[in-house]
Design a protein around this ligand. Structure first.
Ligand SMILES: [Zn+2]
Length: 329
């Protein structure tokens, strides 16, 4: 019997590196991590992966980073846009935790920043980006309308199951959908911007039920917190991410296994270019960071290929495929 086909996307927030536990950088952005990208792109091509590099202003404005990315075979990857409010002119105020989130900014500020980013990408990459992600996640109807205005038709700012004090993606679908302008966690009428969320979930089926249990555990006193840890360590319930910087090979494989049982047809892995270098962001402190991430990606792909035929896509290729096949909701 033929194996079922699934789509596999890898999106890379391609951006400056800094210590994520410290303040947001406002100038003199370091993009040394770009030097890891050629080896990473080669690795991806060998496996068949077609990465989507969502570049922020610091990258798009850096001649060295631009020369590396424009040197890649453009049929083997995609250049999209990534908006970091703190690194993207025009600047209005010093960036705080609040203003680091695109959804918290006045929409006029978002528009000016997005216009500058799109312009810089056009100037230095000779293309108009079609795919997008906000820095630090989160999306709303106003930003979706702006994306449409700037001819961006794929968004990937929804982070299913994630919630912080400013916004919630907890209810966002884990499958591609047309976000409603009134509530981007729901499918709506507009068909200009498709949301292709990253893959997150649990190591168990019945995701919604798991989420409820997990949430209850989070919000109860210490004994419940301990229970949450116990659930994690005992493998009873783990919130997992298809990201080689957040999860080990075995945890990503657990997630993939559950998603395959749920007949998931789109697998969207995500990471940052800056974690290709060890000890710069605080997230990847293991030596040989790039090799470690690549090994984890390879483990996941090899696992998946036992059960499904993988069609590797960039974000825009996935969008075309999904629309043609009527696979959006
Ligand atoms: Zn970012």
């Amino acid at each position: 019997m033929a194996k079922p086909e699934v789509l596999f996307i890898l999106s890379v927030d391609t951006e400056e590196e800094w210590d994520w536990s410290g303040p947001f950088p406002n100038s003199d952005f370091s993009v040394d991590n770009a030097k890891e990208l050629p080896a990473f792109q080669n690795f991806c091509q060998e496996l068949g992966i077609k990465p989507t590099y969502l570049v922020d202003y610091a990258i798009a404005n850096d001649p060295y980073a631009v020369s590396i990315l424009t040197g890649f075979n453009q049929n083997e990857c995609e250049i999209g846009a990534h908006l970091h409010p703190w690194a993207n002119p025009p600047f209005f105020n010093e960036t705080s935790e609040f203003t680091s989130h695109v959804v918290n900014l006045p929409i006029e500020h978002v528009e000016q920043k997005l216009a500058a980013l799109v312009e810089k990408i056009k100037e230095n990459f000779q293309l108009t980006p079609n795919s997008f992600r906000t820095g630090r996640w989160g999306i709303n109807g106003e930003v979706i309308k702006l994306l449409e205005k700037y001819n961006i038709s794929v968004d990937s700012s929804a982070y299913p199951l994630y919630v912080n004090k400013y916004f919630s993606c907890e209810q966002a679908p884990c499958k591609p959908y047309w976000p409603a302008l009134t509530d981007t966690n729901l499918s709506g009428q507009q068909k200009a911007v498709l949301e292709i969320p990253v893959t997150t979930g649990f190591n168990r089926s019945a995701t919604q039920l798991c989420q409820a249990i997990h949430k209850a555990c989070e919000h109860k006193p210490l004994s419940w917190l301990r229970l949450n840890g116990l659930l994690w360590h005992s493998l009873l319930l783990r919130k997992l991410y298809l990201s080689p910087e957040l999860c080990t090979s075995s945890d990503m494989i657990r997630l993939v296994k559950t998603q395959l049982q749920q007949k998931q047809q789109v697998f969207h892995m995500f990471m940052h270019s800056s974690t290709l270098v060890e000890r710069v962001t605080g997230l990847n402190n293991e030596p040989h960071a790039r090799e470690l991430l690549c090994q984890r990606i390879k483990d996941v792909i090899h696992y998946m290929q036992q059960y499904v035929t993988i069609k590797f896509c960039t974000l825009s290729e996935a969008q075309t495929h999904l629309i043609e096949r009527g696979m959006t909701k």
